[in-house]
Design a protein around this ligand. Structure first.
Ligand code: SF4
Ligand SMILES: [Zn+2]
Length: 643
């Protein structure tokens, strides 16, 4: 039986340090590191003197692969000016379209764009803007200016501009202009079996149903392949609650059949908890992994969503998902003064359950949907920034977790992608590329010991920052596969600080962990999840990520144009923030609504909505029916796979 641990992995910091550190017996490794450093310097000296070759132009790309200085960058630094939106003008434009007072072209051209300034003041980063009609607006982008500055300083440059994408990205000043995106979000339905606050998409409060049909799904997948750059991409089925869609399993199967190799679902977990077979069916249909919404590590910590045993539900869902052979990423919406005091506990919960959990994604609340008309004082008090997340985790996780050493912009994943693209110039599809604006996406990799459940930031013993700049140098050098691999090995060795590493870890372990991380980006392997999930070594990486989704108050259009999380709709691929934060959701749903709620209820059974403290029925003892469940699960797998 798969067991879930809900206890915290807490050792006093000094105890852990003395257990994990290895001050003696390290000289051989340290000498190796020093020698690798010398060899690295030598290799780069030669690299600079050898004539550099022209980089290839793969079929999937709209041009030749780029060196670092050829890559684009949004304007960074502050003070700076950018374009943003007036919350009131945008709301008026959406209402005008929905009421028929303006056309789609008019809404598309004038969604309420105004000038904005990003400034540093009293150690914080603020956005200020003023509308001629509606006056000034101010909001906070970071509570720690040094953290914000660090993220911008580590940005390594963007991906290709899109070509042949007129039918995909036709959204005026809010259109995506570069890259393939790393996550295609399919909102399969706006129905949900919960009624939470917060809910950025206002589920169950609209008078209509909007669901994708199979023909929509086929068109959308087709369109996703129609422009360049063509890259590997994660697909995320979302909603509402996507598992309520009657075609959910068919959609997963179809995605798999047309070559999408990274299929995920974002769920509240109720369906997975209620029915263990559902996870097995989803895995058999081709699903690879699950994003599970979680706000805290107790029923009380999740109670505000209206279900009184919601944490028990999450635990059971995790168990069923793991039993079906998938891993879960926890997805946490963070509200300042709401659940931010529990972010460290959530990371410790993930560490305790490291065999089932791949990572944790913290998403500061997006003031959209039910929260769009928030009063200014509530907005100020609930606003949570990624710099605050790094500071809260430092305070709460009880490990040496430094915001200015251990956190990186997600765009540094792009350094892996650039290198892999260089090594595989004949690939059909480019590597998965996370060209996330440095203000939007940040991450911190942790190393976890699967047996002892001790954990620490990777960059406390490995110079991640220098490793990333080595990757850029290797890619810019543009050498063949053998020389590239040799430089990679030297870089891993020279950046590894053995004296700071935990006992039992070697550079070889680390190289293995990087290799398995790279499985998540590579385009040339048929099933990354089988390989990745088969790893059973003593060490595992847990990636903690912070994603800042922009609402109308903090929208920065220079970041939106490079959005890597497009929502794929009947009206093309739309930035997640433009869709959920700037009115495009209402526009698309208005144009393509499936039925009014009344019509829907007439034709279909009403589904249950858990709200107002409802209890979700899950069996109290998972092991009682275990054998019977296993037998039924085996039948389902056989049914779908023919084995
Ligand atoms: S689970 Fe809650 S937040 Fe998610 S769509 Fe449903 S109501 Fe909204
Ligand atoms: Zn205005």
């Amino acid at each position: 039986m798969v067991s879930i641990s809900t206890k915290s992995a807490i050792l006093k910091p000094l105890e852990r340090k003395s257990v994990m550190m290895r001050p003696e017996n390290w000289s051989a490794s340290t000498v190796l590191s020093a020698m690798a450093n010398l060899a690295w310097q030598g290799s780069q000296f030669i690299n600079r003197r050898l004539p550099s070759r022209e980089l290839p132009e793969p079929n999937w790309a709209p041009g030749k692969l780029m060196r670092s200085w050829e890559r684009s960058s949004p304007q960074l630094g502050f003070p700076r000016t950018t374009k943003s939106l007036c919350p009131k003008c945008n709301a008026a434009a959406v209402n005008a379209f929905v009421s028929g007072a303006c056309t789609l072209s008019e809404f598309r051209a004038v969604p309420g764009v105004i000038d904005a300034e990003i400034v540093e003041e009293a150690g914080r980063i603020l956005m200020r803007k003023a509308c001629d009609r509606h006056g000034p607006f101010e909001d906070v982008l970071a509570t720690n200016a040094a953290f914000f500055k660090r993220m911008e300083s580590l940005y390594t440059g963007g991906d290709f501009e899109c070509t042949d994408d007129a039918s995909v990205h036709d959204h005026g000043p809010l259109a995506i202009r570069s890259g393939r995106g790393m996550m295609l979000v399919f909102d399969l339905t706006n129905r949900c079996n919960m009624k939470c606050s917060p809910c950025y998409m206002n589920a169950n409060d609209q008078g209509y149903v909007h669901e994708l049909e199979m023909s929509d799904v086929k068109d959308i997948f087709q369109r996703a392949l129609s422009f360049k750059p063509r890259r590997e991409v994660n697909v995320l089925f979302a909603g509402g609650e996507p598992t309520l869609s009657p075609i959910f399993l068919d959609v997963v199967r179809y995605g798999r059949s047309v070559g999408f190799k990274r299929l995920h679902v974002a769920t509240n977990g109720i369906r997975f908890a209620e029915d263990p077979l559902f996870a097995v069916e989803a895995r058999s249909a081709g699903l690879h992994a699950v994003y599970l919404q979680l706000d805290g590590t107790s029923n009380q910590g999740n109670w505000h969503r209206g279900v009184s045993n919601l944490f028990d539900v999450k635990v059971r869902a995790l168990e069923n998902i793991a039993r079906a052979g998938m891993r879960t990423t926890l997805q946490v919406a963070v509200v300042n003064g709401g659940n931010n005091h529990g972010v460290g506990e959530i990371v410790r919960f993930a560490v305790e359950n490291i065999d089932k959990i791949h990572g944790v994604v913290f998403q500061p609340i997006m003031l959209a949907g039910r929260d769009q008309d928030v009063r200014d004082e509530d907005r100020y008090s609930r606003r949570y920034t990624l710099s605050q997340l790094a500071d809260d985790l430092k305070q709460q996780a009880l490990i040496d977790w430094e915001p200015l050493r251990d956190w990186f912009p997600m765009s540094v994943y792009g350094t892996f992608a650039n290198l892999l693209d260089l090594m595989k110039p004949n690939a059909e599809v480019g590597t998965l590329y996370a060209d996330v604006h440095p203000n939007w996406g940040q991450f911190s990799p942790l190393l976890v010991n699967r047996k002892t459940k001790q954990f620490l930031p990777v960059s406390s013993f490995f110079n991640v920052e220098r490793f990333m700049s080595d990757l850029v140098a290797i890619t810019d050098g543009g050498r063949g596969e053998t020389l590239t691999k040799a430089q990679l090995i030297l870089s891993v060795l020279r950046n590894y600080h053995n004296e700071k590493a935990p006992a039992g870890l070697s550079p070889a372990h680390l190289a293995g962990l990087f290799k398995s991380t790279v499985l998540r980006f590579r385009s040339d392997i048929p099933d990354w999840s089988d390989q990745s999930y088969a790893e059973i070594g003593e060490w595992r990486l847990l990636v903690v990520t912070g994603i800042w989704f922009q609402d109308l108050y903090v929208a920065d259009l220079s970041a939106l144009r490079m959005c890597t999380t497009p929502v794929v709709t009947q009206e093309g691929e739309i930035s997640f923030c433009a869709y959920n934060g700037a009115g495009w959701r209402q526009v698309v749903e208005h144009l393509h609504k499936t039925a009014t709620l009344r019509e829907w209820h007439k034709e279909h059974e009403r589904h249950k909505i858990y709200a107002n403290g409802a209890l979700v029925k899950i069996s109290s003892d998972a092991s009682s029916n275990e054998n019977a469940e296993h037998e039924r699960a085996a039948d389902v797998v056989a049914h779908y796979t023919g084995r």
